[in-house]
Design a protein around this ligand. Sequence first.
Ligand code: GLN
Length: 254
Amino acid sequence: MKKILKVVVGLITLTVALALVGCGGEKQSKNELLVGTEPAFAPFEFQAENSQEFTGFDIDLIKALGKEMGYEKTTIQSMGFDALIPALEAKNIDVAIAGITITEERAQKIIFSQPYYRSGLAVVVNQENDSIRGVEDLKGKKIAVQIGTTGAMMAETIEGAEIKTFNSNGEACLELKNKAVDAVIGDLPVESYFLQQQGNNYAKIVGETLSSENYGIAIAKNNPDLAKKLNQALETLKENGEYNKIYAKWFGSI
Ligand code: GLN
C-alpha cells in the first residue's frame, strides 16, 4: 500500500513539474515578442547617440503593436538587412520591421502585414554635380546601394551602371562623399533625413521620386495567426490615434 502511495505521489509530482515546465515555455513565447531589425536606417531604426537603445519610427510602432497584442516585452535584435528574412524562416525572430518594402518576390517567402508607411526611392548625388539631374542620367555611372534593397534592385535595371553594394545606406553615402561613386539610390525618407541631419553639406537629392513603395512588417509564412493579430493591432492603433502620434513624432505633420 505504502509503495503504491509513493508511486502515486511521485506521478503527481512529475505531472505538476511537467505542467510547470510547459507553462514556463508557453509563457515565454507568449509574453515576449522577438523583433529583428537593421538599425542603421534612420529615422526608422537607429541607435541614438551615446545609447545602446534602438529608436525610431519602426521601433516605436512595433513596441506599441507588441503592447496592443498583449506582449509584456518587445525585444529588438539587430542584424543585417539581408539576414532578416532568413531569421524569420529559421524562427529566430517572430517579426521583422526595418522599412521593408512589400514586394511580390519577398511575399513568396514571408507574410507581410498591411502597409504601414508609404515610401519611394531617391537619387542622391554630390552638391556640385550638375550633370546628373535624375535617374535618366545614371546610365553607365557608378552607383552605391545597400545590399538586398529595392534601391539595389532599381540600380540593377540601369543600363551600363557599375553598382557597388554596402551593408548600410550610411556606408553607401560615405562612398559618395569620398567621390568613389556618382550617386546613391536609396529610400527617399531615409535619404531626406540623412541630408537634413548631416549630408546637406555635400549631397543633394535630384529628380523625381523613382517608385511608389509600401513598407510592411514581415512575419514567418507558418505563423498566419501572428500576422492576423498584428494586422488587427495595427488597425486599432490607426483608429485610436496612437499611430498618428508616433508618425507625428518622427515626421512632423500628418
Ligand atoms: N525599403 C528598402 C527595401 O525594402 C530598404 C530597406 C532597408 O534598407 N532597411 O529594400
